[in-house]
Design a protein around this ligand. Structure first.
Ligand SMILES: NC(=O)c1ccc[n+]([C@@H]2O[C@H](COP(=O)([O-])OP(=O)(O)OC[C@H]3O[C@@H](n4cnc5c(N)ncnc54)[C@H](O)[C@@H]3O)[C@@H](O)[C@H]2O)c1
Length: 399
C-alpha cells in the first residue's frame, strides 16, 4: 500500500482551492500549480480567509491554521508536481485538456505516484488511457464546497488497480470525508441519479401540470433542501445542462436522460441562474429569490397536479434511477443511498425512501406514466420490478 504524505493539486480554481485546503488541514504537504497568473496566490489568500474564519468560530486553533497554511507550497510548473505521492487534477472539464495534463504528469511522476481526476462527467478510463500507468489513475470526485461536503466519489475504472482504490478511499477518510466507490459510468452515482430529480420536474412543467414554484415548494415540503429549479439556479443552468448532455450522450441517447427543452431555453436566454441574477427565477440585488421567469408559464391544458402527485412522480423517477445504478453495477444499494444523502443533502437515500413509500407503488406510478408516454423514459428497471413484485428489499441484510 502507498504511504501518502505529499499531495499535489493541479488547478487552483473553485475545486482546486477547496481540495488544497482540506489536504493541508489534514496535515499533508500540498504542492499547487495553476498556469493562470495569480491564480495560486488568489487560492492561497482565499484559503487563509477560510482558515481564519474557522479560528474565529473556534473550529481550529490559530497555530493549527498557521501550520495548515504553511503546508501549501506553490509550484512554478506542472512538472514540479511529479514529486508528489498523489496528484489531484482540478482543471476545466475538457477531455483533451485533461488527457494532455495526465500525459505530462505521467512523464515526470514516479511510477508509484497515483494520478487522480476530479472530473464530474468525463470518463476516468479515457483519461487513464492517455498515460502509461492506467492502473494508477483514478477518479476522486469532490463536491462543492469541498471543505463542507462530506462525500468523495472514488471512481474506479476497469483498469484501476484495486490497491489504488483502497489507498484513495483511506486518504478520503483521513480528510474526514466519506468515500463511496463507484464504477466509471456516466454521471457516476450522484450526478446520474440527480438527473431524474431535475428531469421529472421539467417534464411536469413542460406538460403544463404545475409551475416552477409549486414544484419546488412540493419537493421542499418532503424534506429536500432545495427544489429542482432553485437547485439548478444555484448550480448554474449552463453547468447543469452540460452535465445532463454529457450523461445523455454517455448513455447513447437513452430517453430516460434526454434533457428537457426548458433547460435549453433558460440557457439560450442567458439566464444562467444565481450567478447571472436570473434563471428559472429572478434574483434581487441581495440574492433574494423573486418571481419565476414569466416565459415558463403555460396555459394549463390538463388538470394541475397536486403536491402529493408531483412528489410521487419525482420520487418514482429517482427510485427507478437509483435501482438502475444498482442494476448496472455502479455501486451497491447502501453506497448509493449514502452518496445521495452526503453528495446532495437529500433527507433520505432514494432506495430506502422507495421502500418506505412502497416499491410496488413506485412501479405503479412509473407504469401509469409509461402508458401515457411510451417512449422509454418511464420504463421500470427490471430489478426494481422484480424486487417490488416479490415484496423484497434492496437491503435484505437489514431484515
Ligand atoms: N465547480 C463544481 O461545483 C465542481 C464540482 C465537482 C467537480 N468539478 C470539476 O472540477 C474541475 C474543476 O472545476 P472548477 O469549478 O474548480 O473550475 P475553475 O474554472 O474554477 O478552475 C479551474 C482552474 O484550472 C486552471 N487551469 C486551466 N487550464 C489548466 C491547465 N492546463 N493546467 C492546470 N490548470 C489549469 C484555471 O486557471 C483555473 O484556475 C472540473 O473538472 C469540474 O467538472 C467541479
Amino acid at each position: 500500500m502507498n504511504e501518502i504524505s505529499t499531495i499535489a493539486v493541479l488547478g487552483a480554481g473553485t475545486m482546486g482551492a477547496g481540495i488544497v485546503q482540506v489536504m493541508a488541514e489534514a496535515g499533508l504537504t500540498v504542492l499547487v500549480h495553476d498556469p493562470q497568473d495569480g491564480a495560486t496566490e488568489r487560492a492561497q489568500h482565499r484559503i487563509e480567509g477560510f482558515l481564519g474564519r474557522k479560528v474565529e468560530k473556534e473550529q481550529l486553533s490559530a497555530d493549527e491554521a498557521t501550520a495548515a497554511a504553511s503546508r501549501i507550497q506553490p509550484a512554478g510548473s506542472l512538472e514540479e508536481l511529479g514529486a508528489a505521492d498523489l496528484v489531484v487534477e482540478a482543471i476545466p472539464e475538457e477531455l483533451e485538456l485533461k488527457r494532455d495534463a495526465f500525459r505530462r504528469l505521467d512523464a515526470v511522476a514516479d511510477e508509484a505516484t497515483i494520478l487522480a481526476t476530479n472530473t464530474s462527467s468525463l470518463s476516468v478510463t479515457r483519461i487513464a488511457s492517455a498515460t502509461s500507468r492506467p492502473g494508477r489513475v483514478i477518479g476522486m470526485h469532490f463536491f462543492n464546497p469541498v471543505p463542507l461536503m462530506a462525500l468523495i466519489e472514488v471512481i474506479a475504472g476497469p483498469t484501476t488497480d484495486p490497491e489504488v482504490t483502497n489507498t484513495v478511499a483511506l486518504l478520503a477518510r483521513r480528510l474526514g470525508k466519506t468515500p463511496v466507490v463507484a464504477a466509471d459510468t456516466p454521471g457516476f452515482i450522484v450526478n446520474r441519479i440527480q438527473r431524474a430529480y431535475y428531469l421529472e420536474a421539467c417534464r411536469i412543467l413542460e406538460g403544463g401540470l404545475a409551475d416552477v414554484r409549486t414544484i419546488d415548494e412540493a419537493m421542499r415540503g418532503i424534506g429536500f433542501r432545495l427544489g429542482p429549479f432553485e437547485l439548478a439556479d444555484v448550480v448554474g443552468t449552463d453547468v447543469n445542462l452540460a452535465a445532463g448532455l454529457a450523461i445523455f450522450e454517455g448513455f447513447f441517447g437513452d430517453p430516460r436522460y434526454r434533457p428537457a427543452q426548458v433547460q435549453r431555453r433558460v440557457v439560450d436566454a442567458g439566464r444562467l441562474g444565481r450567478k447571472s441574477n436570473a434563471g428559472y427565477y429572478e434574483y434581487g440585488a441581495e440574492g433574494a429569490q423573486g418571481a419565476c421567469w414569466p416565459a415558463l408559464a403555460r396555459t394549463p391544458l390538463l388538470p394541475a397536479l397536486d403536491d402529493p402527485q408531483i412528489e410521487a412522480r419525482i420520487l418514482a423517477a429517482i427510485v427507478n434511477e437509483a435501482a438502475s445504478a444498482v442494476a448496472d453495477g455502479v455501486a451497491g444499494p447502501d453506497a448509493i443511498d449514502t452518496a445521495m444523502q452526503l453528495g446532495t443533502n437529500w433527507p433520505e437515500g432514494p432506495l430506502a425512501w422507495g421502500e418506505r413509500i412502497g416499491l410496488l407503488s413506485v412501479v405503479n406510478t412509473l407504469d401509469a406514466l409509461h402508458a401515457s408516454v411510451p417512449d422509454g423514459r418511464y420504463r421500470v428497471v427490471p430489478l426494481l420490478r422484480s424486487i417490488g413484485a416479490a415484496g423484497g428489499s434492496f437491503f435484505p441484510a437489514r431484515g
